[in-house]
Design a protein around this ligand. Structure first.
Ligand code: 4NP
Length: 156
């Protein structure tokens, strides 16, 4: 059975599209994994990623232009195995959609992968400059290294 991983942020145009693109690139060729992303807010449904996310991805040879924003649903909490949220707000919004304890347990701050137990957020770069996007990229790259390693070892 496929392992299904969902990356979640607020708008699904800045952070989670990067997380989706980065993790997919690390798993290239592994057909047993599905990676998707969604947002807890409906502001950017149907839109391509933010141009600043597209630009930073391109700098690292990733093409995320084909992604489109979509809203996180209660069904996602049933279908996906691991739901990685970017910050505490996303965490609370995602948990509200859960209809059981096992569904709640799927939701985890993505930076727990790097800093377990420290509740560190991936900062929202939307109102920041390009440096914010560079920082976000680096954090997500490190977290996705750990996630892809766990997938390869059968932990996820
Ligand atoms: P994201 O960034 O959650 O990383 O996609 C944001 C994008 C849009 C908004 C906020 C955050 N917004 O308020 O429209």
């Amino acid at each position: 059975m496929k392992t299904k991983i969902l990356m979640v942020c607020l708008g699904n145009i800045c952070r989670s599209p990067l997380a989706e693109g980065i993790l997919k690139s690390k798993l290239n060729g592994n057909n047993d994994v599905l990676v998707d992303s969604a947002g807890t807010g409906n502001y950017h449904v149907g839109e391509a990623p933010d141009p600043r996310s597209i630009a930073i991805a391109k700098r690292y040879n990733l093409d995320i232009t084909n992604q489109r924003g979509r809203l996180l649903t209660a069904q996602d909490l049933k279908e996906f195995d691991h739901i990685f949220v970017m910050d505490q707000f996303n965490y609370e919004d995602a948990i509200e959609l859960a209809e059981s304890e096992p569904e709640k347990e799927k939701v985890k701050l993505i930076l727990e992968e790097i800093f377990p137990g420290e509740n560190v957020d991936v900062p929202d770069p939307y109102h920041r400059g390009d440096q914010g996007f560079e920082n976000v990229y680096k954090m997500l790259d490190e977290a996705c290294d750990i996630i892809s390693d766990k997938i390869e070892k059968g932990i996820y």
